[in-house]
Design a protein around this ligand. Structure first.
Ligand code: NI
Length: 157
């Protein structure tokens, strides 16, 4: 597994729309493995393929250590409620803001074997799923922030 370079805010790749995966090739499964290694190295909770320069609808989330979810062509099929919490992004170091997200989401995706599955997320998992799926459409969390944290507030955290 390789550690990939995480693109930073300002890189146009992060603003592009990603294409669906039509066939799960060894290249895609290797991408998932490399993204996992990269996420662990960065101590993040989620990573999307465009953040490592690949414009495909692939992302991973890991809200609980060891509970990593690979998502290929993920789609939010249900959402309910609302939450406002602090959010950041590995591509936007040092900036944090409050986003309004659904309290609960149901996401349908393919796993690395090409099997369709659904995942129900609430709290952090709901936010992480929404955040990563947004990346696949070129959306960065601060586009949706109701407020950004000041440098003072960030130091306290
Ligand atoms: Ni992000």
């Amino acid at each position: 597994m390789a550690i990939l370079n995480i693109l930073k805010d300002g890189d146009e790749t992060l603003r592009r729309h990603c294409r669906p995966v039509e066939k799960i090739t060894p290249r895609i499964t290797r991408l998932l493995d490399d993204m996992k290694a990269t996420l662990h190295k960065a101590n993040g909770v989620g990573l999307a393929a465009p953040q490592v320069g690949v414009l495909r609808r692939v992302c991973i989330v890991e809200c609980e250590p060891g509970e990593l979810i690979d998502l290929i062509n993920p789609e939010i099929i249900e959402m309910s409620g609302e939450q406002e919490e602090v959010e950041g992004c590995l591509s936007v170091p040092g900036r944090w803001g409050i986003t309004k997200r659904p309290a609960k989401v149901t996401v349908r995706a393919l796993d690395r074997k090409g099997n369709s599955f659904t995942v129900n997320g609430e709290g952090l998992l709901a936010r992480a799923l929404c955040h990563e799926i947004d990346h696949l459409d070129g959306v960065i969390f601060y586009d949706k922030c109701v407020s950004m944290l000041s440098p003072d507030e960030i130091e306290e955290n």
